[in-house]
Every structure is written in C-alpha cells, then in structure tokens.
Design a protein around this ligand. Structure first.
Ligand code: UFG
Length: 329
C-alpha cells in the first residue's frame, strides 16, 4: 500500500518523501507546484493537482491503494496570512475539508499532519508543552489549529486517526545535498543570511533588537529538516501500531537568537555577512522554544542534526551548489 504525500514537492514535504523512500515506503505525491518543485522528486508517482479539486483526489484514491496521508499542502507565511486571511481559510481549512471528505469516502483512516508552533501564539511559558494553551496570533496559526481540531472531531465520527506535528523553525537541507530550501520570495532567516554570503543581497536585516532577550533579538528553536522528516515516518509507524490520534511538538529544545544565527553563519561561510537592525516584524514572539520530550518518549524520535552549525552547514552546501534553487544554475 502507498502513502499519499500532499505538498510533497515543497521544502519539508520533499525531505519527508526522501525519508519515506529510505524506509522502503511506496509513495504517491500530489502537489499543485505553486510553491513546490517537481525537480525535488525522484522515484515516486506524481500527480500535479490541487487538494481543493475533489475529482483529482478521487482519481488518486481510485488508482492507488492508499494506506495513509501525510498532509503538507498549505499556505504557510504568518505575515501573508494576516493580510490575506480568506486565502488562508480557503487553502488550509477548506482544502483540508475536501481532502478529509475524500479520505472518509475512500475509507482511508490515517493522517499525519504538518502543524506548527504558530498554533500556540505568544507562549505563556518556555519551553512550550503540547498541553499549553493554543491562542494563535495569526490566521496561519488559527487555520492550522482549526485543521487539527477538524481531524480530532473526525476521529470520533469516522475513526480517522490523526497525528499533528507542531514544528518549530525548520532549517537545513538534505545531508546528501540533492534537495534543499527554495522559496520565492524567500522570507526565512537562514536562507536569507546565506543569500548575503552568496553575494545575492547586501545585508541581512535584523527584525528588532529591543526584545526582552539577552542580546535583544528574537530567539527560535531551529530544527533540521531531516530530523523533521524522520518524525513523520515515526508518526506513521505510531499510527500503524497504536491506531490512535495524538499531537507532538518537534524542536531541539534549544533557542538561538537572530544574532547568534548570523554569527554562526559567518563562521560556517567565512563571509562577514553585514547586518542592519530594522523595525520589528509584526506578530513575532520574542522566544519560541519547544519541549519535544513527548515526541522523544512516545515516538522514540531523537534529533540527529540538532547542532546549529551542522544545520547551517547543510543549508550552505545546498545554496552553494544551487544558488538559484531548483532553477537552472
Ligand atoms: N528574521 C530576521 N530577518 C529576516 C528574517 C527573519 O530578523 O530577514 C527573524 C524573525 O523576526 C524571527 C527569526 O528571524 O525572529 C526567524 O524568522 P523566520 O521567518 O525564519 O521564521 P518564523 O519564526 O517567522 O516562522 C517559522 C515558520 C512558521 C512557523 C514558525 C514557528 O515559517 O511557519 O516558524 O516557530 F509557524
């Protein structure tokens, strides 16, 4: 039986596909290629299509024996979601409604879901536990939380078992260098810093240095994309063994400030990487650090590439060999 990966041509999706293949899983990918890259996929059956299109979903479930779905396809930018909330309700919540309706109709009862630390909003305490209050401060976090809740209600009604994985800051690239991060436009800290080192930007803008942290810049929990990918495979195994719904944080449990990330990137790239302080970005909490103890205990997950230098080195290797991402070099 196969695993259907929606959004499998995207950044975290494509790394998860590679991890599933490494575990000899049969993989079917569906992606509308709006932000994903067909070049990131090898050795899988691929359907170009949108999960809002029920007819494509019916075709996929009809033509393949799907055991479970790993669901990435979504819009995922916090700032954009604040200015375009309706697009987020459509692409995230309504689209997932179509996907789950098709799953229920075709008797597919397992889903691993790409959720986010943005479901917590401004944390009440650090590190963040899965049992902490969820009060999203953006439509992005709000729609992801609504999706989690929809899946849980579908457990009671239809026996759909869901694992929601709340990621902290995904970063890095595949250790063999064949896939990595490629967003247009890029908004994430580490790839932007590396674009400076590549000479594609003049400086990195630091969004605020007056936060209540030791050096005044925001602190985040960076987690290697391959470690995230491995957690998806473990979540799938958990569904197979336990047949129960659950939710897990995925982070390293260690925070780094924006200044510390820039400093580490200077060391890795041997480039001065000029930085300039610019105003705060709306909606940025000062500190986000996960407790991933539950994932470690219940899923047996252990991050292998947690060290920030290793994360940045893997990203640097990818960006150097693919300065224009998947586009022609
Ligand atoms: N930052 C800068 N300058 C930049 C870009 C980012 O200073 O040019 C700062 C941000 O203010 C933040 C940190 O670097 O403090 C990390 O920012 P990213 O944009 O890389 O990531 P976010 O923390 O905003 O968001 C990411 C994902 C979200 C997810 C969140 C959960 O993109 O989907 O992590 O922690 F919800």
């Amino acid at each position: 039986m196969a695993i259907l990966v929606t959004g499998g041509a995207g950044y975290i999706g494509s790394h998860t596909v590679a991890e599933l293949l490494a575990h000899k899983e049969e993989v079917v990918v569906m992606d509308n290629l709006r932000t994903g890259h067909a070049e990131a996929l090898q050795g899988v059956k691929f359907y170009e299509g949108d999960i809002r299109d029920r007819s494509v979903l019916d075709r996929i479930f009809g033509e393949n024996e799907i055991e479970a779905v790993i669901h990435f396809a979504a819009s995922s930018l916090v700032g954009e979601s604040v200015s375009e909330p309706l697009a987020y309700y459509e692409n995230n919540l309504l689209a997932s409604h179509t996907l789950v309706s098709a799953m229920v109709a075709h008797d597919v009862k397992k889903i691993v879901f790409s959720s986010t630390a943005a479901t917590y909003g401004e944390p009440k305490s650090i590190p963040i536990l899965e049992t902490d209050p969820t009060e999203p401060t953006s439509p992005y976090g709000e729609t992801k939380l609504a999706m989690e809740k929809m899946f849980r209600w579908c457990d009671g009604a239809y026996g759909l078992k869901s694992i929601s994985l709340r990621y902290f800051n995904a970063a890095g690239a595949h250790m063999d260098g064949h896939i990595g991060e490629d967003h247009t436009p890029e908004s994430h800290l580490i790839p932007i810093i590396l674009q400076v080192a590549l000479g594609q930007r003049e400086h990195i803008g630091i969004f605020g240095d007056d936060y209540a942290t030791a050096d005044g810049t925001c602190i985040r929990d960076y987690i290697h994309v391959m470690d995230l990918a491995n957690a998806h495979w473990r979540a799938l195994e958990y569904l197979r063994k336990e047949n129960a719904s659950n939710v897990f944080n995925l982070g390293n449990g260690t925070g780094f400030s924006v200044n510390e990330v820039i400093e580490t990137a200077r060391k890795v790239t041997n480039h001065p990487i000029p930085a300039k302080v610019s105003p705060r970005r709306a909606g940025d909490p000062a500190v986000l650090i996960a407790s991933s103890e539950k994932a470690q205990t219940v899923l047996g997950w252990k991050p292998q590439w947690g060290d920030l230098e290793t994360i940045i080195e893997s990203a640097w290797k990818w960006h150097q060999s693919h300065p224009n991402g998947f586009a022609a070099k």
